[in-house]
Design a protein around this ligand. Structure first.
Ligand code: ADP
Length: 451
């Protein structure tokens, strides 16, 4: 008799309520097979309440360990899921229904002798995340054991207690039983000395884990603080850049007028180049400011009714110079007017971000935009380029703050445009997705509800 079955040998009496933890289903089948074999030898009658798969494997295990055991009339097999469904009410086991469901089984089994039962309804509840119901059910069994002579073996899969926070629940399960048997890892150890060594090792590991958790909590706190400082810095940088940029804009305006009055094409060209860089800088500062503006719970939208195709057309027209510089022919397909109630400035920003990216990452190739009707009162805006494309592994990440899938040496940018776009589209109740393959361009599609 090994460790796992020692309790059977010494204290296999009525009123014993054992919990067996297990990792592998084959090990569990072996335990139940041997428990049942011993019970039959002792003239007990058996009740198995288990899943259909387990019932089958228990049967095979029993005939392996007691090939000549006679089970006719002595083994009652009950489907655990089906039995559970007869007494669960609103996610809890109903005490009266439980009695009504289980008593007849025990009555039937007791006609043939003392009862040895195995049950895993609690394990099913635990696996579903309903630990409260599992514990309540354990107590119902304990209540029943006060008036009925039977012994009960329960099993719980160890994989259902994966987190540190499961510790309290684990303890409650142990408390609800008269005997606790560890998983096969421990049960396989043959001598007391081996077990002492294993326990010492487990104690060392538990302590090391506790230290590690404390250390990680410290790291987490420092990382959270670092992120907060980053966000504060980004917001301050955005603000501070605004004032000199406004002044710079006014100076450029004056220079534009001077260049025009002097009729000096070279000066005009230089001033317009300066204007472009200043506009770019203003865009970057706005992105930095949007980091804090759009991080809140609710993004304020100023909705008004307008036609989306016209708005996209305006943005495309504004990009005439940019498109030419990127050597991209930009086309728009908007076969019918589609109006909705949206925030005009914010949608302008969405189109601007997607088109700017298409020109940046798809330079030298055509870029196609379309505005078409989608399903269920929605509109689809798509921007397609034939540029560098995006690795599938990076496609979800690029919608997050500061995330980029290119090297800063090759392409400038803050990694904020798509995050801002995503935030704005979601604030409108819409969604955005990307279809792309590396080297084969990218299509970003925004779906927006019309209302
Ligand atoms: P930025 O362009 O400033 O880096 P975005 O948030 O706009 O930031 O984009 C995030 C990343 O997504 C980019 O760094 C790039 O790797 C990738 N990306 C966005 N649009 C495209 C596109 N049209 N083609 C290829 N990659 C793109």
């Amino acid at each position: 008799m090994d460790f796992a079955h020692a309790w059977l040998d010494a204290e296999a009496q009525a009123g014993t309520h054992v919990v067996q933890f297990y990792e592998d289903d084959a090990f569990l089948a072996d335990v139940v097979g041997r428990y049942s074999g011993d019970a039959l030898l002792q003239g007990n009658s058996l009740v198995w309440i288990a899943t259909a798969e387990h019932l089958e494997s228990f049967g095979a295990a029993l005939s392996r360990c007691r090939p000549s055991a006679e089970t006719a009339g002595l083994l009652l097999q009950v489907d655990a899921r089906q039995l559970l469904s007869t007494f669960m009410v609103d996610g809890r086991p109903d005490p009266v229904r439980f009695q009504t469901a289980v008593r007849p089984l025990l009555e039937q089994a007791s006609e043939r002798g003392p009862i040895s039962a195995y049950g895993e309804m609690v394990d099913l509840l635990w696996a579903e995340g309903n630990s409260t119901a599992a514990i309540a059910l354990e107590h119902l069994w304990n209540g029943l054991a006060k008036e009925w002579e039977f012994r009960l073996l329960c099993a719980y899969a160890m994989r259902n207690f994966p987190a540190g926070a499961d510790g309290d629940g684990f303890l409650e399960v142990c408390t609800a039983h008269t005997h606790v048997v560890p998983t096969e890892e421990f049960s396989r150890l043959q001598t007391e000395e081996h077990r002492r060594r294993e326990i010492s090792q487990l104690q060392q590991r538990a302590q090391a884990l506790e230290h590690e958790i404390e250390r990680r909590k410290g790291v987490e706190a420092r990382l959270t603080e670092a992120l907060r400082l980053r966000d504060d810095f980004v917001a301050i940088a955005g603000h501070e850049l605004r004032t000199p940029l406004t002044a710079l804009g006014l100076l450029i305006q004056r220079l534009e007028r001077t260049a025009a009055s002097r009729n000096d094409p070279e000066l005009s060209q230089q001033v317009s180049r300066t204007r472009r860089q200043a506009t770019r800088l203003t865009g970057l500062a706005e992105q930095l400011l949007d980091v804090s503006r759009l991080s809140g719970e609710k993004i304020p939208l100023h909705r008004e009714r307008f036609e989306l195709g016209s708005l996209v057309n305006e943005v495309v027209a504004r990009f005439a110079d940019g498109g030419a510089r990127a050597r991209c022919q930009v086309t728009l397909f908007a076969p019918e007017p589609i109006s909705g109630s949206w925030d005009r400035l914010r949608l302008e920003q969405v189109v601007t971000n997607l088109l700017a990216n298409a020109l940046k990452y798809g330079a030298g190739q055509p870029v196609a935009l379309s505005v078409t009707r989608g399903l269920a009162d929605s509109v689809l805006l798509s921007v397609t380029d034939h540029g560098i494309g995006i690795d599938p592994a990076a496609q979800a990440r690029i919608f997050q703050r500061f995330e980029r899938a290119v090297s800063a040496d090759h392409f400038g940018g803050l990694g904020l445009g798509l995050w801002i776009t995503h935030q704005l589209v979601e604030a409108h109740g819409g969604s955005i997705r990307v279809q792309s393959q590396p080297g084969a361009g990218a299509t970003f599609t925004v779906a927006l509800p019309l209302a």
